[in-house]
Design a binder for this molecule. Sequence first.
Ligand code: IMP
Length: 426
Amino acid sequence: MPNIVVVGAQWGDEGKGKIIDLLAQNADAVIRYQGGNNAGHTVVFDGKKHILHLVPSGILHPGTTCLIGNGVVIDPVSLLLEIEALEASGVQVRGNLKISELAHVTLPYHCALDQAYEAKRGKLKIETTHRGIGPTYKDKFGRTGIRMADIIEPDGFKSRLEQNLEEINFMFEKYFSLPPLQIKDTIVKYASLGQRLSEYVDDTAEIVNSMLDDGRMVLFEGAQGTFLDIDFGTYPFVTASHTLAGGASTGTGVGPTRLEKVLGIVKAYTTRVGAGPLPTELQAGGEDLRIRGKEYGATTGRPRRCGWFDAVIVRRAKMLNGFESMALTKLDVLSGIEKLYICVAYKINHEIVKAIPAALRKTDKLETIYEILPGWKEDISGIRKYQDLPDNTKRYIERIEELVGVKTSLISLGEARDQTIHMDDL
Ligand code: IMP
């Protein structure tokens, strides 16, 4: 099997966790390349549900090395809780997980700033996950960030934090009217967390590249989705990292020539959590679809906004990520819907446009053009062969393939590993 970058083709929550877990059966390593504990990747194994926020979705396979790459931002408290919960349920994390020494650390003041910025934005709130993601990346690119290499050395952490204290407290006290940071408490707490995490910290770029030199198979696990990308997403209603497949290279230190294949994860309808445009959104946020698909955030529990399948954005996701095949997920959720709408084009002032406009104010004028396909009544969640699917289900899949311009490699019909139809060997 080639090395594969697994990327979400919509606004996240496409079901990447299940697909990574499935592909990890044949992988030697899984590496996360961006985002932080804003992600919530759900993996169901032996009837037990695991929601992973930072630990790669390959961890349930005992022989698979799991790496958290340099492009990820890490909240040590959240990561340690996740490791403890996994170990408590019998999953071996120690020895199987390595974290990049270059990854930036999310500290409590990043979370406080995330909330404070959101409050200031008023009506223009992004509706972030409040996990401190934006402020951590802001510090990274402002070159005031603190990295894993710093927190595992108490003196390194203290001096980095002291350098930043004046600015942090200026923001807290003068701009947001918040109490100042208690630096002593933070130093003591993070010295201990750093010690506990030190056994995991390593040069992950070296580890993953030497595995590739030895001909081993690596999966690159994307978080969030294409239209939450800092550049190509619906800015400013995006996350703060490079969610596209290209981020897999800079977020791990693996050269682009070594990323052999990109698999787009495509949900059979569209969802989004948080503010920003969603052209195919159903009235009242698509409550019926939300209930059918259990569309509530895996990290925050927030209800997801739901809408019809949007072929315009998935076609663009194909272009931006260069995926040659897709995994179509949650198709079983559509059983029982009489008519299925697919958005095939956008128009603004009667002219076809190929994307959501960069200037979001123009989305007020965006018109969605739909094609209507007949639905199917049958419960398809137990079907394991393509030929056994109802004819209308096959028609729906084939139309999506035509509109997006890629073939389907995997069809997911439920949370469990075996609720999957394998169309090819990838
Ligand atoms: P942040 O990443 O917490 O800064 O949030 C920015 C935007 O990305 C918000 O609209 C979030 O709801 C959305 N977001 C962040 N992580 C995820 C995810 O894992 N799935 C879906 N949406 C996400």
